[in-house]
Unconditional design. Structure first.
Length: 348
């Protein structure tokens, strides 16, 4: 039907519905690869369905987490490297879920941009799907919002939403006690926190994103700083199911200093030996560039430890072996002790 008018279209206002539909078709195969037990309906509907009973739960408690990637996005945008930023998004959510003792079940993303660039958006969401697949977490939905006038050309923002579940009574932390051992799992770099400071330090250094990386001349500085956040889901859950894990702390914003106390009950603190692991080169360079003291480093960055497990002392060796067999670089960092906060021994 036509009324003979040649009025303005939505596309002329800057929103291309056809491009959005094309993106959905492109990412369907990637989303399909993340399918797991419990998924009933995914992309394409007004909502997504998930069957907890089919996923194997008898009396489940749901756990939800949401997060973003922060200003690490700025580096991805400035370098045009969008291959791994989706992994970061998933990791920031699902690594939090396992700290509650939950198994991640499904994930949804929110991608907002001024102008949808099909190739870039596809790379981002395929990265999200890759992170989901590595976490046994289904990508069952999301939203792509094209909002001209809200974002500068080439800019975008990402948010992620993950839902997990655990059987009733199995939530963590639980039974944390003085004498419990702290097992640290290595990070893959800066992960996705502290990037406002990282970008400031790069500015101080005078280097561009395409400059050779100062600690690894086989890649550019930008590529090195975009190393994706590690996913700890499978190995952490394996340890939890083996027994003896009393708590897990994902080392995100606030570093070791702020995150570990979140799983310690009132009246208990932690003692960490800084000589139990070597500060990775990326943090050595950041610290030297900013002339940062150890306290500032430890409350800003993960400093090479991305996840800490608080475990019963009699189970520490067995759990460390399980984690090592899963490919983790496990370090015995210290122990839980009466007190408050984190006490450091040795030098960073």
């Amino acid at each position: 039907m036509t009324n003979g008018k040649n009025g303005i279209t939505y596309a002329q206002a800057g929103v291309d519905i056809d491009a959005g539909n094309a993106l959905v078709e492109r990412i369907k195969p990637a989303a399909k690869r993340t399918a797991r037990s419990g998924v009933m309906a995914g992309l394409g509907g007004f909502g997504a369905l998930f069957d907890l009973k089919d996923a194997g739960f008898a009396d489940p408690i749901l756990v939800a987490a949401t997060d973003g990637v922060g200003t690490k996005l700025r580096i991805a945008i400035d370098t045009g490297n969008f291959q791994t930023i989706g992994i970061d998004l998933v990791a920031m959510c699902v690594n939090d879920l396992v700290c509650q003792g939950a198994e991640p079940l499904f994930f949804l993303d929110y991608f907002a941009t001024g102008k949808l660039v099909l190739e870039d958006a596809t790379a981002i969401i395929e990265g999200i799907a890759k992170g989901c697949a590595q976490s046994c977490c289904a990508l069952i939905g999301g939203e792509t919002a094209e909002m001209p006038g809200m974002y500068h050309a080439g800019d975008f923002d990402l948010a992620g939403f993950a839902v997990g579940a655990m059987e009733r009574g199995q939530d963590l932390p639980a039974d944390v006690a003085a004498g419990d051992v702290l097992l640290g799992l290595a990070s893959s770099g800066v992960h996705s926190n502290g990037y406002s400071l990282v970008r400031k330090l790069v500015e101080i250094s005078g280097l561009g994103w395409d400059a050779p990386c100062p600690w690894d001349d086989s890649q550019t500085l930008g590529a090195a700083l975009l190393a994706p956040t590690r996913l700890y889901v499978k190995q952490a859950l394996a340890a939890v199911r083996a027994g003896g894990v009393h708590g897990l702390a994902h080392i995100t914003g606030g570093g070791l200093t702020e995150n570990l106390p979140r799983v310690l009950p009132q009246g208990l603190g932690a003692t960490i030996d800084l000589n139990s692991w070597a500060l990775p080169p990326v943090f050595q360079w950041l610290g030297a560039t900013g002339n940062m003291d150890a306290d500032e480093m430890l409350k800003t960055f993960n400093c090479g430890i991305g996840m800490i497990l608080v475990v019963a002392p009699e189970r520490a060796d067995a759990l460390a072996a399980i984690l090592a067999e899963a490919g983790e670089d496990v370090r015995r960092l210290g122990h839980v002790a009466p007190g408050q906060g984190v006490t450091y021994q040795g030098a960073l």
